[in-house]
Write a protein that binds this ligand. Structure first.
Ligand code: NDP
Ligand code: MG
Ligand code: MG
Length: 330
């Protein structure tokens, strides 16, 4: 079974007399930087000149330097820029690290797929909240935690794991529980999860069900509510009490229909595709495709992104969310 660490297992003193440079102030960066700072850790934010995030970081009361200067000051450098630019940013800052410093990640992609080959005289660790950054910040402010992962890729000081756990504590992850893993396991399960279920699988399910109803002559509004809006309520029940709480809460009719039809919709074909998708993650096919896509200026990515934005369900949803008052659009 996996080892799970809580606040009592993490020793904050491993970040005493330590400056953490948080490179990037986006989804994860703003949360890590502010949570660490509020936990009493010395934080400096690293952003490139003219960065659109500078204003926000300064408004939040943090010191902002360039990535190079921030890394030079720090003993722990947290790489929280997009995965696609991390290798470039690492090249810019690698000579600023001192022996025994820590290179810290929130996702293992660049290390696992060898886009960054870290210096061999530094620690390399991972603390990955299993949540979008704004929730990492919101939970912390509410005295709650965010579940996370911790992993060590390289330990030259002998303290890599202790430092990573202190970092996890500083951002609030050990309040909820932080699972010990490896860069490989984190990277491959994270990519698979977002492709098969969280981002890919679920949006395809919603779109195809919506299209099925609309093409059969039902109204767009009905299709939106049934296939997209209600999904949140179902997921909330699963989140709170597992599948059983969800099945207990819906009608017997819904339970019987769901149990007899669900596996027909997501059937063996879907399962085979999942296995294929996992294989492409494991053998590096996906990573290669994504790296090449970026090198080419993202032509395919931009095209499918636009198509997704222009899906009918988006226009319908926008209008409906504006007409009803249950959802505050952020
Ligand atoms: P974001 O896309 O939110 O990061 C944007 C930040 O990076 C901005 O401050 C931006 O500043 C800066 N940035 C972008 N390009 C550069 C560059 N070339 N040089 C310097 N700074 C740059 O990243 P995320 O927070 O989404 O992801 C960070 C890491 O966290 C990734 O490894 C990701 O996989 C991981 N992660 C993300 C999660 C999430 O929910 N988003 C969840 C768990 C892990 P500028 O204004 O200059 O562009
Ligand atoms: Mg991910
Ligand atoms: Mg119903």
């Amino acid at each position: 079974d996996a080892t799970i660490y809580y606040d009592d297992d993490a020793d904050s003193t491993y970040l005493d007399d330590t400056t953490v440079a948080v490179l990037g102030y986006g989804s994860q960066g703003h949360a890590h930087a502010q949570n660490l700072n509020d936990s009493g850790v010395d934080v400096v934010v690293g952003l490139r000149k003219g960065s659109s995030s500078r204003k926000a970081a300064k408004a939040d009361g943090l010191d902002v330097l360039t990535p190079v200067k921030a890394a030079a000051q720090a003993e722990v450098v947290s790489i929280l820029v997009p995965d696609t630019v991390q290798a470039t940013v690492y090249d810019q800052i690698k000579d600023e690290l001192d022996e025994g410093d820590t290179l810290q990640f929130a996702h293992g992609f660049n290390i696992h797929y060898s886009q960054i080959e870290p210096r061999d005289d530094i620690d390399v660790t991972l603390v990955a909240p299993k949540s979008p950054g704004h929730l990492v910040r919101r939970n912390y402010e509410a005295d709650e935690g965010t579940p996370g992962l911790v992993a060590v890729y390289q330990d030259v000081t002998g303290d890599a794991k202790e430092r990573a756990l202190a970092y996890a504590k500083g951002i609030g992850c050990t309040r909820a529980g932080t699972i010990e893993t490896t860069f490989r396991e984190e990277t491959e399960t994270d990519l698979f999860g977002e492709q098969a279920v969280l981002c890919g699988g679920v949006t395809s399910l919603v779109k195809q069900a919506y299209e099925t109803l609309v093409e059969a002559g039902y109204s767009e509004e009905m299709a939106y509510f049934e296939c997209m809006n209600e999904l949140k309520l179902i997921v909330d029940l699963m989140y709170e009490g597992g599948l059983s709480e969800m099945w207990d809460s819906v009608s017997d009719t819904a339970e019987y229909g769901g149990l007899t039809r669900g596996d027909r919709v997501v059937d063996e074909h879907a399962r085979e595709q999942m296995e294929q998708v996992l294989e492409e993650v494991q053998d590096g096919t996906f990573a290669r495709q994504w790296i090449l896509e970026n090198q080419a200026g993202r032509p395919g990515y931009n095209q499918i992104r636009d198509a997704e934005k222009n899906h009918e369900i988006e226009a319908v949803g926008k209008e409906l969310r504006g007409l009803f008052s249950w959802a505050d659009e952020e």
